[in-house]
Design a protein around this ligand. Structure first.
Ligand SMILES: Cc1cc2nc3c(=O)[nH]c(=O)nc-3n(C[C@H](O)[C@H](O)[C@H](O)COP(=O)(O)OP(=O)(O)OC[C@H]3O[C@@H](n4cnc5c(N)ncnc54)[C@H](O)[C@@H]3O)c2cc1C
Length: 366
């Protein structure tokens, strides 16, 4: 946990940011540059959210986002600074693509750079966190919000250990259904016909809540495999599947982040939805079966040294809202952002976080 001065004297901070993924950290940076005190609250023990890297059995696997693109000047600014600090690097210019599992993948390099973290995808969010000024910004890891409400004109965050924090404003970057759960637990939403709604004459904007309630996500199973031999995945180490049970097969050894041969296998949205509640051993067995053609089985014994399955409940949004941020409340300001706002994936989430941070900084300055 990173602890420093902001909010530690019991004074309300200017802004509470929920989530230390790329959107939350980008927003925190904008607010800090505008001179605001910021407290970032993150339920996990590590930074990065869905930009996630796991070390196990001596190997390193990115098990959330695998790579990112850099198509816009604001994100290019972040990536250039991170590259200068040797935290990110270009990986390749495209991967192999396969129509289905039984079709040979074809090289689909398109000349457009795919980037990755130098030692793993968490390197970029860690870099951003390291640029936040310690005097005015606090990041509290392992700190889960239980509810988000409004009290005396301030944002009131209740943590799951029962303690309370307050702030002049909030930036909400959790996947949208989780954000709505927090607002409902804070008494700001009601349930009508099985979905959340803002009560009439309540604090939240009913239109904004209506739009947010439409946002859905695909889940994703990520199977990580440590192998005895290097895999049979073609260079540069990734296959994207258009149909079937798998969506992605990534070789962390060829990617240059793992000193041991190790694969990350992502199931497709359809497979992950269908098997969301299937016992994990059965899911691993089915995914392993699908991925076997790219594993060097050698004499058949012990080709897979270790395996681990992770289930992402909210992996990727199935629809994207048109604006980079949605303000659900003006007094006190509460703004939602992340990869479901204006552009998906890592780059979209970063741009949305920057937009939300700068919008709120302007509002607080006014
Ligand atoms: C399996 C998978 C593969 C992907 N592949 C790619 C890819 O190759 N390229 C690409 O560009 N994108 C990819 N993505 C998407 C990309 O990871 C996301 O778009 C991006 O990381 C989203 O960032 P974010 O900050 O919006 O959200 P997140 O990273 O989800 O951050 C939100 C944070 O909020 C925290 N949080 C939630 N609730 C609470 C609470 N109650 N209290 C405190 N903290 C809370 C979460 O722990 C999380 O850290 C992939 C995602 C997944 C899951």
């Amino acid at each position: 946990m990173q602890e420093n001065q902001a909010g530690s004297a019991g004074e309300p901070v200017d802004v509470i940011v929920v989530g230390a993924g790329i959107a939350g950290l980008a927003a925190a940076g904008e607010l800090a540059r505008a001179g605001r005190t910021v407290m970032v609250l993150e339920k996990s023990r590590g930074l990065g959210g869905r930009m996630a890297t796991r070390r196990f059995a001596g190997a390193v696997c990115d098990h959330g986002a695998q790579f990112f693109t850099v198509r816009t000047p604001p994100f290019e600014g972040i990536v250039t600074a991170a590259r200068g600090a040797e935290k990110v690097r270009p990986w390749c210019e495209g991967f192999f693509k396969a129509g289905s599992l039984d079709r040979a993948p074809e090289n689909a390099g398109d000349g457009h750079a795919r980037w990755c973290g130098s030692q793993g995808m968490t390197d970029l969010p860690k870099f951003l966190a390291g640029t936040l000024p310690a005097e005015t910004c606090t990041i509290r890891l392992g700190t889960k919000l239980a509810s988000l409400g409004i009290d005396g004109g301030n944002v009131r965050a209740c943590l799951d250990d029962g303690s309370m924090l307050s702030a002049r404003a909030g930036v909400l970057t959790a996947p949208v259904p989780q954000t709505l759960d927090l607002l409902a637990a804070g008494g700001l939403l009601v349930t009508a016909e099985g979905r959340y709604a803002a009560p009439p004459a309540g604090a939240l904007d009913p239109e904004a809540i209506l739009a947010l309630a439409e946002v859905g996500y695909d889940p994703c199973f990520a199977l990580m495999l440590v192998l005895k031999q290097p895999s049979l995945v073609p260079a540069p180490g990734g296959i994207q599947f258009a149909s079937g049970p798998l969506a992605w097969l990534g070789d962390n050894f060829q990617k240059g982040i793992s000193s041991l041969p190790a694969l990350t296998v992502h199931a497709s949205g359809a497979f992950s939805r269908e098997h969301f509640d299937t016992p994990p051993e059965e899911v691993s067995r089915m995914m392993l079966e699908a991925v076997r053609p790219w594993i060097d089985l050698g004499d058949g014994a012990g080709a897979i040294v270790e395996q681990s399955l992770h289930r992402w409940k909210f992996a990727t949004p199935t629809s994207i809202l048109p604006e980079p941020l949605v303000a659900v409340c003006r007094e006190p300001p509460l703004v939602c952002c992340g990869d479901a706002f204006a552009g998906p994936r890592v780059e979209g989430a970063a741009l949305s976080g920057l937009a939300a941070g700068s919008w709120l900084a302007d509002l607080l300055a006014g």
